[in-house]
Design a binder for this molecule. Structure first.
Ligand SMILES: [Zn+2]
Length: 86
């Protein structure tokens, strides 16, 4: 499942942070894999810089309509890493 390079995954993860000004009409959550329309987004982080997914409340919204296989690869990498490091 490593058809995407680590660097590319990090780039996507960065797109999900401080994304409030880069949201598109469709956005993709790499936690719950939903496609989220911009008007569905209601919550941000306390600083108001990162939009949270209205479905799962995670800061995992990547602007744009991202392929599901890409989202899954990001999910697997990110949440495996987080479990080990914290
Ligand atoms: Zn979500």
């Amino acid at each position: 499942m490593s058809f995407i390079k680590q660097q590319v995954i990090e780039d996507y993860v960065n797109l999900a942070l401080n994304n409030i000004n880069s949201l598109e009409s469709k956005n993709s959550c790499y936690f719950c894999f939903r496609t989220i329309r911009k008007e569905e987004i209601e919550c941000t982080d306390p600083e108001g810089e990162t939009a949270l997914c209205p479905n799962c409340d995670m800061d995992c919204l990547i602007p744009g309509d991202i392929e599901i296989k890409v989202l899954r690869a990001i999910h697997n990498k990110v949440f495996k890493v987080k479990k080990d490091s914290k």
